[in-house]
Design a protein around this ligand. Structure first.
Ligand code: SAM
Length: 229
């Protein structure tokens, strides 16, 4: 009887020890969650870059549909890493100019470094405020926002403030993921084109047109609006 009790106690002790060791083992915890995201492979990175290039090709086409001419003065809001700003700078040439606005000073610093390293003379970085782009000129022919509109806290105020930076014939172009598609989420990186139309009309603009494009699997809308001075 005593031996049986000892055996039960020993077995329980063994089980407890195994349980404690299993909890503490890092190898075990790393692989215990089936939904844990895998580390991105080199191949996936290459694929991602290819996709990015493909998307970029679409942006360029969408924007160049807008007839960007040498000599134009363009403001880009939320320029991010500056790829589009430098592309536009090529398009407007030495007689034109691009003002690359960002609210994030670290991103602006990268754009500044690119300007210096490439000796680019027709791009100027501009630090913006939440509801005011703070462009240093009042003759912008075009202002463009690619995947930035949905970030704006108060778009009506933002574009009301924008009027003073535009020339008399200046216009704004919004390119943003359309909320009205599978996966569209008003809390996410999407916006509704018809709501954007109302925002622009309330802010004192006339909406010229809204086009739609599919980039990879995502549907985007392209809205252009003129000011009514
Ligand atoms: C999704 S990224 C898009 C960047 C770039 N336009 C592109 O297509 O790669 C959004 C950018 O908008 C900037 N942003 C957000 N709110 C802004 C604001 N009120 N004024 C200027 N930039 C803003 C962010 O810092 C970020 O760089």
């Amino acid at each position: 009887m005593l031996n049986i009790q000892r055996l039960v106690c020993f077995t329980l002790f063994l089980l407890c020890t195994m349980l404690i060791l299993t909890e503490q083992s890092p190898a075990q915890t790393q692989h215990s969650h089936p939904n844990q995201p895998a580390i991105i492979s080199e191949d996936s990175l290459v694929l991602l870059n290819q996709k990015y290039d493909e998307a970029w090709h679409h942006w360029r086409n969408a924007l160049f549909d807008l007839d960007i001419q040498p000599g134009m003065v363009i403001g880009e809001v939320g320029a991010g890493n500056g790829e589009l700003a430098f592309l536009l700078a090529k398009q407007v040439g030495p007689e034109g100019h691009v003002y690359a606005n960002e609210i994030d000073p670290s991103k602006l610093e990268k754009i500044r470094e690119m300007i210096l390293s490439g000796q680019v003379k027709n791009v100027t970085p501009v630090l913006g405020q939440k509801n005011d782009a703070q462009f240093p000129v009042h003759n912008l022919d075009m202002v463009v926002l690619v995947e930035v509109y949905h970030h704006l806290d108060n778009p009506e105020l933002f574009f009301r403030n924008m009027i003073r930076y535009l020339s008399d014939t200046g216009f704004v172009v919004i390119i943003d993921p359309d909320l009205n598609q599978p996966g569209g989420d008003s809390e996410g990186c999407y916006s509704d084109p018809e709501t954007t139309r109302s925002v622009f009309e309330n802010a004192g603009y006339k909406v010229r047109k809204i086009d739609y494009r599919k980039v990879l699997d995502l549907k985007f809308y392209i809205l252009s609006a003129y000011i009514q001075k």
